[in-house]
Write a protein that binds this ligand. Structure first.
Ligand code: GLN
Length: 205
């Protein structure tokens, strides 16, 4: 797909959670961020971020405002961070019985169960495409387990999935918008600029 001129317009779901920080990082990474509160806004976007926050609350609000089907169909790059990763997964453990799972990536996630039950910690993450590790901030992060080989693991911490992608669906169990590091946002912006065949972060160790 040809690279489009101008800044890519990237939505940040702004129903609850850490959306303002993502907007700031997107702006600094060369995109035009838009706060998304209604499904009608999705058509105009080159990409979308589902931020961290409380996945049960965000899921209820997504249903209430009619986002469920539009998000299952959204065909541009989409990046779920922490609670956003939970929402994009196929299967959720430790959630409400009818918690919204958009089934956009073949992952089983377990809420609030990362590592040694640590509430919050920072760890350097190696991505094979990036020369220096990303200082990743984990806040009550989910554990994630790939359910198919369509999931490409991009980074791990303590032997657990910390970042992954499946075609143009990206997920990270940490908060990239708190890392002080723009590289992942830049990679996502590049991918939104050129469609799903754009920049590919490769699986890392
Ligand atoms: N524990 C939260 C949830 O289950 C996610 C935490 C976060 O987004 N930082 O929704």
């Amino acid at each position: 797909m040809a690279v489009r001129p101008g800044k890519p317009v990237i939505g940040v779901l702004a129903l609850q959670g850490a959306f303002a920080e993502h907007e700031d990082y997107l702006r600094r990474a060369g995109a035009l961020p838009v706060e998304v509160r209604l499904p009608e806004q999705l058509d105009a976007l080159d990409g979308l971020i589902l931020p961290g926050g409380e996945s049960t609350t965000i899921g209820k609000l997504l249903r209430r405002f009619g986002f469920e089907e539009p998000l299952r169909r959204f065909d541009r790059p989409i990046w779920g961070t922490c609670a956003g990763m939970i929402l994009l997964s196929q299967e959720i453990c430790g959630g409400l019985p009818d918690q919204l799972a958009l089934n956009r990536i073949d992952l089983r996630v377990t809420r609030n169960a990362f590592g040694r039950q640590a509430e919050s910690f920072t760890a350097p993450l190696d991505f094979s495409d990036l020369e220096e590790p990303v200082p990743a901030v984990f806040i009550r992060a989910p554990l994630a387990e790939p359910l198919s080989d369509r999931v490409q693991v991009l980074a791990e911490v303590d032997g657990q999935v910390a970042a992954a992608r499946q075609e143009n669906v990206w997920v990270s169990s940490f908060h990239p918008e708190l890392s002080g590091d723009l590289r992942l946002h830049r990679a996502f912006v590049t991918s939104c600029r050129s469609g799903s065949e754009g920049h590919k972060l490769q699986a890392g160790g």
